[in-house]
Design a protein around this ligand. Sequence first.
Ligand code: 3HC
Ligand code: NAI
Length: 718
Amino acid sequence: MIAKEFSAMDDLVQLAKDKDVAIITINNPPVNALSPGVAKAIGEAIAQVGHDDGVKAVVLIGGGRTFVAGADIKEFGKITSGKTQRGAGLLPLLLQIEDVRRPLVVAIHGSAFGGGLELAMAGHYRVAAPNAQLGQPEVKLGIIPGAGGTQRLPRLVGVTKAVEMCAEGNPITAQEALKLGLVDHLIEGDLLPGAIAFSREIAAKPLRKTRERNEKDKLGVPEQNASIFAAAREKAHTKQRGMMAPLAAIDAVEAATRLSFEEGCQVEQKLFGECLFSDQSKALIHAFFGEREVAKVPDVPKETPTLPVNSVAVVGAGTMGGGIAMVFANAGVSVLLKEADQPALDRGLAAIQKNYQSSVKRGRFTQQFAEERLKLIKPTLSYDDFGKVDMVVEAVFEGMALKKEVFGQLDRACRPGAILASNTSTLDIDEIASATSRPGAVIGTHFFSPANIMRLLEIVRGKASSKEVIATCMQLSKKLGKVGVLVGNCRGFVGNRMFGPYRREAQFLVEEGASIESVDKALFDFGMAMGPMATGDLAGLDVGWRIRKEYRHLEKTGVRQPFAEDRLCELGRYGQKTAAGWYKYDENRRPILDPEVDEMVHRWAREAGIPQRKLSSEEIVDRCIYALVNEGARILEEGIVWRAVDIDIIYLNGYGFPAYRGGPMWYADTVGLDKVYRRISEFHQQHGELWEPAPVLKRLAEEGKTFAELNREQAVMA
Ligand code: 3HC
Ligand code: NAI
């Protein structure tokens, strides 16, 4: 039993005693972030313990669901906006902990991330619950560890692992930490009593070592280290292309191998400051909070009841249906997979099996995991068992008549209360819902291809979709490992609606004289995962071609439309699937430049009277990215999303927009909306009505405001 012999320090940190062991508990829910008050209170507790001769050992532990998830990220914005002065941070506290004259054991459960791991490394010993995770994820926020992490970690785990953890930001398990020496002991069962017992054991022996900062054993020798740092830099250049923080993290760890601890910390501080004040870090922090913000739907409060989803049915086992079935199975949900006929069902199942096999080969899943998941998917050709499922996701061919027919059948087959979702990418959810007697149960769940890989899930709200159904789908997205963003019902919803103008401009640029390669290169260099022409080839140029043919009657006459892609389709060049599109493809689907396509498109353009000219990469980027921004502004204005950040999160998770630019709307804010508006107005004059500036953009530009400010001033969804 723990006797509270000390009074609580504060609401945030408590100090108690179990006989001769002092227990310092951090209680700053939900994740015990080290906000300034927490650091101060830990310091006071440490000072008190240091003066108490009755204390033989100290345990530092987190209250609630986790140890410490890091520094308080909200504080960073206050510092960079000048509201708070940047102080010495956590470094003095960590030195104070390391210097305390009692063995100090840090007990870790949940996460010890960022400043949390730095805090743990200042302790003399670390014990952990078996499911704890430890990491330095700062690079994902565009910064580097800023409280000695880049200096202490290599001293504990060696240079190779420290570089990997600091530059890539991925956590490690408690088991790996134990093997590496980052954790001394794993505690099965209750952590606190285990940690107290461990602290008594070590208090009875001489201290192993008192100050990690003085250790050098694991810091390697310059000859070996040089190749480790070179390999890490090369990896960062390819895997974290365009990002400055991973390179800064590598520099900081390198400093640990060359300099004293104090000098190394100074290098770390300087690099940390440069990263913190960069646009990249601000954008990544925006993305961090944005990902959490999109889960909050202003008119669907968090108390809204949700429906259980323990079994689902998927209709259609094609490209998307198969992937969606895997998404549910991977989350442990049983799936009834329905097809129209046996051959289609066999094809669908074979594709799923192949997919699991390749995941096992690549080490993503174990054989056992894959087999268990496969068993959860039950093939069928009828609706007979649909009465038992909690939710259906329809993924049949795109076509209103077929979708309505299927939803009529679902209405008859499913029990009251079941959710009826469509994976349509273009069709009107309300019209689909009208085929049922329960439009409140109908919603869009727009997965992205490949569904089992892509994180984005656009949840499309119909006019009648009930709040329970919306809340359930939002919650479900997290369980499925997706980022769910609620969007309104319009053609193309958010992502694809914006992607239209983006790819339209890319085509126009080629038709005006730019080479295919120069367009893709400019956007790749901007940070997009792929250029727009290569993306078109990947998705299949025929998809848009077929849709355009269907909707041609709706297009306004006299408005310029791109034609090159339709012509390529007429020549049978559909992209990767036909080994030819904007590029040619070898048998491994590697793109090969095809100068004939450039010549052909430029010739067609000349014949159509389009003057040919040279285009700079700056113009290419502005035309494509501002086309996204202008359409995004309209979407915002129409209330298709609640906030600009919803659009950003869609683009970061579904369209390969560089995270370090924060998404299209955030990027426009960083450029300055007055500048963006002026440039769009120039395009309007040069290229006509497709470029008419969105009224909200004009207003914000004139008022000197940002889209982010609009987030706060207006949150209205149509
Ligand atoms: N600071 C401030 N708020 C934080 C935070 C942090 N470090 N970490 C999480 N939060 C907030 C979230 O914004 C969220 O707030 P909300 O409920 O108002 O939306 C709430 O805590 C719960 O977070 P999650 O929804 O993410 O909870 P999960 O259980 O899904 O995940 C987690 C928990 C894995 C700890 C995840 O929150 C996470 O990865 N946090 C960030 C970790 C991180 O990046 N740490 C490094 C910070 S920088 C640093 O330490 C610098 C140092 O070197 C000086
Ligand atoms: P697909 O053509 O690969 O698969 C459709 C499947 O539905 C076929 O296997 C077909 O046999 C089956 N089917 C048709 N009628 C059926 C019925 N009555 N009952 C059971 N099965 C039936 O199509 P894909 O690409 O999977 O698209 C499905 C839906 O997902 C469409 O609405 C599409 O717009 C949407 N979508 C597609 C994306 C993509 O990249 N392919 C991305 C996001 C959404």
